[in-house]
Write a protein that binds this ligand. Structure first.
Ligand SMILES: NCc1[nH]cc(CCC(=O)O)c1CC(=O)O
Length: 308
């Protein structure tokens, strides 16, 4: 029998069963199949999927979406887990690593609204749905008059709640809408400089057990080194700030024409008493150490400016 490279017999991807999670898992499945690997999916429901009535930040945060998948890797029921990088905790549990970060989709936030074409066109006091503290503080800085109401659930649920008339507009990640063929629902994708994205937004990361060096070598073929370094800098901002999703924090890194990496970061006071803090830092980032140091510098600037 002949194998293409060092093909494993069958790679099992552990995935949540939301439409977006399945799309992402199938995307990685297709990329690996193109390279000659046999790949199947193991669908599972996580605690994060079951808790739909409370704000995530109150019930334990992003880890809720990844723990069950990690258990499947631990027990050998699956080999890899595909995550929206935005939902991956800054520090993985002992024994797990990110094997790669793929090329990033659109990192921007998008406004979705049946009647209004942009944020500026929303009437005074309009109701905007989002449960992201980052989006709350950024929206409040742009339009203090808006009534921001909680909105949870997967993408289809959120769009349904909008269509049922509970909100005048909602804010979602452009990447998720594009992946699910819902790009036509986007009224405007926000300029990242006005609605600074979350660390890792739009990127996919693949998690494996640290001892699976066979998989780590194989997955290097899917890695996008520049997007991985940029998102590493963003994640370093979050880690340095104490990195939970209960923090209203934005971090977005972009490569500059001169080859340096520029990180923009913002922090807002959830109580709304202090003004939005906004900083940026720029440096060459040839490796993870430099990208991490750049992110930490941006975090230090945030703290100097009053973020906590
Ligand atoms: N927090 C949920 C989540 N995690 C990843 C995405 C979208 C896709 C991405 O950022 O990669 C979303 C939905 C959203 O924020 O609207």
């Amino acid at each position: 029998m002949y194998f293409l490279g060092a093909a494993l017999s069958n790679i099992v991807i552990a995935t949540r069963e939301s439409r977006l999670a399945l799309w992402q898992a199938e995307h990685v499945q297709a990329l690996l199949q193109e390279r000659g690997h046999a790949v199947s999916l193991l669908g599972m429901t996580t605690r994060g999927d079951q808790i739909l009535d409370k704000s995530l930040s109150k019930v334990g945060g992003k880890g809720l979406f990844v723990k069950e998948l990690e258990l499947a890797l631990e027990e050998g029921r699956a080999d890899i887990a595909v995550h929206s990088l935005k939902d991956v905790p800054m520090d993985l549990p002992e024994g797990f690593v990110l094997a790669c970060v793929l090329e990033r989709e659109d990192p921007r936030d998008a406004l979705v609204s049946p009647r209004h074409a942009s944020l500026d066109e929303l009437p005074q006091g309009a109701v905007v749905g989002t449960s992201s503290l980052r989006r709350v503080v950024l929206l409040r800085a742009l339009r203090p008059d808006l009534r921001i109401e909680p909105l949870r659930g997967n993408l289809d649920t959120r769009l349904r709640k909008l269509d049922e008339g509970h909100y005048d507009a909602i804010v979602l990640a452009a990447a998720g809408l594009k992946r699910l063929g819902l790009e036509h629902r986007i009224r405007v994708a926000f300029d990242p400089d006005t609605m600074l994205p979350a660390a890792g937004q739009g990127a996919l990361g693949i998690e494996v057990r640290a001892d699976r060096t066979d998989l780590i070598a194989l997955l290097a073929a899917l890695s996008h080194p520049r997007d991985w370094l940029a998102t590493a800098a963003e994640r370093a901002v979050s880690r340095s700030m104490g990195g939970s999703c209960s923090m209203p924090l934005a971090a977005h890194a972009r490569w500059q024409a001169d080859g340096a990496l520029r990180v923009d970061a913002a922090w807002g006071d959830p109580e709304g008493n202090a003004a939005l803090v906004r900083v940026h830092a720029q440096a060459p980032a040839a490796d993870f150490a430099q990208a991490g140091a750049l992110g930490e510098r941006a975090a230090a600037l945030l703290r100097d400016a009053g973020a906590h």
